[in-house]
Design a protein around this ligand. Sequence first.
Ligand code: PLP
Length: 353
Amino acid sequence: MGVGVLTAYADFLPVTPDTPLISMGEGDTPLVRSRRLGATIGCDELYFKLEGCNPTGSFKDRGMVVAMAKALEEGSKAVMCASTGNTSASAAAYSAYCDLPSFVIIPKGEVAMGKLAQAMAYGARILMVNGNFDSALNLARDFTESHPVTLVNSLNPHRLQGQKTAAFEIVDTLGGSPDYLFIPVGNAGNITAYWKGFKEYQSAGRSEVLPAMMGFQAEGAAPIVRGAPVANPQTIASAIRIGNPASWEGAIEARDDSGGVIDMVSDDEILDAYRLLASKEGIFCEPASAVSFAGLSKMHRNGLNLSGRRVVCVLTGTGLKDPDLAVRSVSNQATEVEPSIEAIEALTISGRA
Ligand SMILES: *Cc1c(COP(=O)(O)O)cnc(C)c1O
């Protein structure tokens, strides 16, 4: 418990005697059973994997710890990534922990304030470009190819190695694999990593069956669903505002080999799911994370029978990353009150009677 993914799953990771087993306590995140929302969609066994409980508030830490350990092992002197926010927050934190300089390239005006604040606080060198995530990633890739700086985007294979440990945890906790795994798809690294994890665990005899992989994009940023890159991806879910996913083929393979789907949901559906998860389950996640439950709701509306099925929704990051959006998108507001018992009674006890 709390030892970190490199130690917990060393047998499944590229760990050598020279790999430093660093950890900021990533992984081992809660798998919480739904109390209310599952019942509304005819699903009696629905779980949420709370990846917002990782050290920097998203699943990115699982892969970053492996990428960073390998960078240290290889004697790297600095790391770089392009990011919609969470990768830079994670890279910056692990760089601080490892005493390696980090450079993060972010698209101007497209990163949620909480994520930018993290990268700043952890001390990364933040380079803001006029362009979207896809152009930032091209820059980071080209730069690191010709300079002695390690790229820690998910093009770095160690990232996906670390991220697959979330699938191991789900199987370990449930004692087998779920029937369906619902997951948001942006750059498509995570769905690729989960599929890898489920398959490796099955090969190792830890689970009998494999889940159907149910990946969801946002309608305005759905290149895989549409079958072509999207030049100007648009969605409220900034973590998946990506028009040309690096792991496109991995996502297609996960879908086809698992008998799953890659589909899309609208921003309205995403915000509905975001509000429902918070108000009905007590889970405040990112809009991009709510895409998994929005996708599950859509499949239910379209007739998918979930009775007797075990379903996991991956909730990829915490809602605290973007508090502005929460304040703007929920109707519940604070009420001003005189500082007296009577005034509070009037608005609570008697107000309810
Ligand atoms: C990175 C991220 C995603 C998308 O994951 P991909 O591997 O890019 O598909 C979804 N949600 C959150 C919160 C993220 O940080």
